[in-house]
Ligand binder design. Structure first.
Ligand SMILES: *Cc1c(COP(=O)(O)O)cnc(C)c1O
Length: 455
């Protein structure tokens, strides 16, 4: 038995010493934390040995599932050979260089360079600076402004939280920083009114055009968005949205940044989310599924257009992290990508388990408290509704979501609720019977909402 997990008073120690992210600590300490001790496949086990189906792959990241010994072995090999060296000052390590080759190989030859970070947030800070350096090197020093979206998520650093469109994050720490503006999100169910989804998608994309006009094209460096908003509630944009966004970025000569931190590495049934939607970003931050969360690592994937300027015109890029391209994290990521390739997980999501997952979840659309189910690949957002005919939502959307989420948890299923949307993002290795089990437990959670909350 692992001596770290067999310690008996972990709950008390945690309450005494550990401040958790995105948590009300007073409430958490009263309730106690759940201590997760072990994982296998799509399941996690708490310290009491209770099993949960993890419908969320940790935090959208454990794409290959838990307990893969190959990763542990690759990490141990690298750890014994070279536990650390940096990539500053003209050096690299073998796994780091090979990882840059392997990731970029899956971008269809368009994003041929990688700059390594330790997280998605750091990848956000990295491209944010890189975009400005790019325009300055091209003789456009005023092109600095970045446009992002309400209810987007790009991490929790100062730049990440500023670019994100989360009001509750902006309220803490006087954010956003200068030089960032937000436009609306393509969330048809909540904000589409009488428009068709397609008309609404075009309308929301054109907010970008209006914002560029307002700021002046000569002052705008880039637009950033997630192909599908994750933390914002798995908001799948109407089909008209991305083509229009891509057209506007091209016409107005601003960089298009696709935040691929969730959509990357197979989640949508393509290697990257932009491939699913058929657009071509200039920069793409990645993290999460890059190592399936086994060790922290992220990167910014850089198109030839930007890389050429960074290499030939920009001189020193005065930016980097002590652990940029950490060899052990890179070895874990390499092995993770090898597994995704060898097991054909991306194709499996697109042609087999993704369609099965979609059909199983769509079956919930007959439920009285479900307004709409959106899925792409293995990501889903289930919209709760008080009256599905009129798209009327529950008066207390957060309570509705938590009602279902807590019932699922009590019945051995980890789901996430963002407001009144139930989110799922399971490991790409989930089986059909595990999907069935997930949907069955979720249906019971929806029954519970129906029976306990009417408005
Ligand atoms: C999680 C996430 C990030 C931030 O990544 P961290 O590794 O938590 O810093 C950025 N963008 C998106 C879309 C994310 O989901």
């Amino acid at each position: 038995m692992n001596p770290l997990t067999s310690q008996s008073n972990l709950g008390a120690i945690d309450a005494a010493h550990h401040l958790h992210p995105f948590s009300d600590m007073k409430q958490l300490n009263e309730k106690g934390t759940r201590i997760i001790a072990r994982g296998e496949g799509v399941y996690i086990f708490d310290a009491q040995g209770r099993r949960y189906l993890d419908g969320f792959a940790g935090l959208w990241c454990v794409n290959i599932g838990y307990g893969r010994k190959e990763i542990a072995e690759a990490v141990q090999r690298q750890m014994n050979e070279l536990p650390y060296y940096n990539t500053f000052f003209g050096t690299t390590t073998p796994p780091t260089t090979l990882l840059a080759q392997k990731i970029t190989a899956h971008t269809g030859g368009r994003l041929n360079h990688a700059f390594f970070t330790n997280s998605g947030s750091e990848a956000t800070d990295t491209w944010f600076r890189m975009a400005r350096v790019y325009w300055k090197a091209l003789g456009h020093p005023t092109k600095t402004h970045v446009i992002a979206r309400r209810n987007g998520y790009h991490g929790s650093t100062v730049a990440g939280a500023s670019l994100g469109g989360m009001k509750h994050m902006h309220e803490q720490g006087n954010l956003p920083i200068e030089g960032i503006s937000h436009i609306g999100q393509p969330y048809w169910y909540a904000e589409g009114g009488d428009l068709t989804p397609d008309a609404f998608g075009r309308k929301m994309a054109r907010e970008l055009e209006a914002k560029i006009d307002e700021l002046g094209e000569e002052n705008v460096a880039a637009f950033v968005a997630e192909p599908i908003q994750g933390a914002g509630g798995v908001i799948v944009p109407p089909a008209t949205y991305w083509p229009e966004i891509a057209r506007i970025c091209k016409a107005r000569n601003i960089l298009l940044v696709a935040d691929e931190v969730i959509c990357g590495f197979g989640r949508l049934g393509t290697w990257f989310g932009h491939q699913h939607f058929g657009f071509e970003p200039d920069l793409a931050p990645v993290a999460k599924g890059l190592s399936s969360g086994y060790l922290p690592i992220g990167a910014v994937l850089v198109s030839d257009r930007v890389a050429k300027v960074m290499i030939e015109e920009a001189g020193d890029f005065n930016h980097g992290y002590t652990y940029s391209g950490h060899p052990v994290c890179a070895a874990a990521a390499l092995e993770n990508l090898r597994i995704i390739e060898e097991e054909g997980l991306v194709d499996r999501v697109r042609t087999d388990i993704g369609p099965y997952f979609a059909a199983a979840l769509k079956s919930l659309e007959d439920h009285p408290v479900v307004g709409q189910v959106d899925t792409v690949g293995l990501i889903a957002g289930v919209q709760l509704a008080a009256d599905k005919g009129t798209r009327r939502r529950f008066a207390k959307p957060d309570d509705a979501g938590m009602n279902v989420r807590n019932h699922c948890l009590e019945n051995g299923l980890v789901m996430r609720a963002t407001g009144d949307r139930m989110l799922a993002s399971p490991a790409l290795i989930i089986s059909r019977s595990e999907v069935d089990q997930m949907v069955e437990t979720l249906r019971k959670g929806l029954d519970h909402l129906r029976d306990t909350m009417t408005e």
